[in-house]
Design a protein around this ligand. Structure first.
Ligand SMILES: O=C[C@H](O)COP(=O)(O)O
Length: 451
């Protein structure tokens, strides 16, 4: 049921990132209002235009009770480099960077088309740029789209990544984090003496071929084999690597702190608004997603039930977050003061969404993929793997992140409800929000009522 016109909550929207038409249908049927085409191998994974068209067709063919928009992205950073023979690289000219980004924006906007909704959304990843540089890219994109006949209603959303580098440092050496990042090729070759260096051969089981099969079976490969397979660049000596690092806010003038604070939020919002964007999404990079560091922190905000601590992986690593509720309120308020819609992403789970929608009613949009996807099951092919990009979007899980006025409910993974103390914290949450219906989900996204 839509919210009451003129009241807060009248048009709040859940964005769900999908990779194929079946996921798009699941997202629509679950209640998503923005269907985002994206390759889940990274936070803003580049997707082929023809796949965007297939997704648009699937949305067009589905029954939609409320208007549904499309969105897609042009990658998570817009940096272009010229690589020399020795593998080192220099940035290309600012003109070429800006030009390529605007060309890409035109391309994805055309691929979305205007049949589903006249206002498709182009997400522009702006990681690793100073505010002046990111404003140039964003400004060129908004100006280009606005003067393009059929695309002039396209909305532009800047996407910036939040971070907590202390949390990242504490988690990046964990074996499960390294293994997942090796699987995503999020590493670089280095000397054994480099801080955080590890032998890639030890994680070779995570290296898959283009069909998703292990490159080396259960075998430990030699460095020469790693090079021959493309897992290491030619010319590298030895087999040591370190995981990629986030672009630190301090390195790009957003704040001097090691965490996304009010100063960084202000820089992101002001630069996006000055460049003419319509909205800003604050997300997290794939590095932080893999380390179970999400955007919303349930710890330390007295108004939030701290359910993150019960949301552990099979090694016992709990979910952690970056922004407090007060910082989220600040972000939303600042966005509105600058005329921008505010969108929050970054491992957003049902227990975040159902609390934040209620406690920050002015929030415009939430976005998710991990929190609305489950193990894939094929009656012939069996069960898929548990990585972010192999899990698939399920309609029942989508309903767990939909705003309350559109039928959203609380959905907790069953293993989370089995943690000591979790049901007590859940009872506390339901006492604060008695309208909330609670369900548990199994590994495939099948729900059962809780309590
Ligand atoms: O565009 C937003 C991201 O796809 C959100 O993904 P996530 O919920 O897995 O962090």
């Amino acid at each position: 049921m839509p919210g009451i016109p003129g009241e807060v909550g009248a048009d709040r929207r859940l964005l769900v990132s999908v990779f194929d038409p079946q996921e798009a249908r699941e997202a629509v049927l679950g209640g998503a209002r923005i269907i985002d085409s994206e390759d889940p191998r990274s936070a803003l994974g580049t997707i082929k235009p023809r796949r965007i068209m297939d997704i648009a067709d699937a949305v067009l063919a589905a029954r939609r009770d409320l208007p549904v928009q499309l969105s897609t992205n042009i990658g998570e950073d817009q940096l272009l480099y010229r690589r020399a023979e020795n593998g080192l690289a220099l940035p290309k000219s600012a003109y070429e960077q800006v030009g390529k980004a605007a060309q890409a924006a035109l391309g994805v906007a055309l691929a979305m088309g205007t049949r589903v909704h006249p206002c498709g959304i182009v997400k522009v990843g702006l990681d690793g740029m100073r505010t002046g540089e990111l404003a140039d890219v964003l400004g060129e994109i908004t100006a280009t789209l606005r003067r393009t006949d059929r695309l002039s209603q396209t909305r532009v959303m800047s996407v910036l990544f939040a971070q907590d580098l202390d949390l990242w440092d504490a988690r990046k050496t964990l074996p499960q984090v390294r293994r997942a990042l090796v699987g995503l090729r999020e590493y670089y070759p280095c000397e054994p003496s480099t801080p955080g260096a590890f032998d890639l051969a030890e994680y070779a089981d995570a290296l898959l071929d283009p069909h998703g099969e292990p490159l080396f079976g259960g075998r430990r490969p030699e460095p020469a084999e790693l090079r021959a397979s493309g897992a290491l660049p030619t010319g590298t000596n030895g087999g040591f690597v370190a995981v990629n690092e986030p672009f630190s806010h301090a390195g790009y003038g957003l704040t001097t702190g090691r965490r996304t604070d009010r100063e960084a939020i202000r820089a992101m919002v002001e630069a996006s608004a000055a460049a003419g964007a319509d909205a800003i999404m604050v997300d997290t990079s794939i590095l932080l997603k893999v380390a179970r560091i999400g955007l919303v922190s349930t710890a330390g905000s007295p108004e939030l039930a701290d359910l993150d601590r019960h949301d552990t992986d099979r090694h016992g690593l709990a979910r952690a977050g970056i922004l407090s509720l007060e910082e989220i309120r600040f972000l939303v308020e600042l966005c509105h003061a600058h005329g921008l819609e505010a969108n929050l992403a970054g491992s957003v789970q049902s227990h975040h969404a159902q609390q934040v929608w209620r406690l920050v009613p002015e929030l415009d949009q939430l976005s998710a993929r991990g929190g609305v996807s489950a193990l894939a099951r094929d009656p012939y092919g069996g069960t898929g793997r548990g990585t972010r990009h192999e899990r698939t979007v399920r309609r029942a899980l989508v309903s767990g992140l939909v705003p309350p006025e559109q039928g959203g409910r609380l959905v907790l993974p069953r293993r989370m409800t089995e943690q000591p103390g979790a049901l007590d914290d859940l009872a506390g949450l339901l006492k604060r929000h008695p309208d909330l219906a609670a369900y548990s989900s199994d590994a495939y996204g099948v729900l059962a009522p809780l309590g």
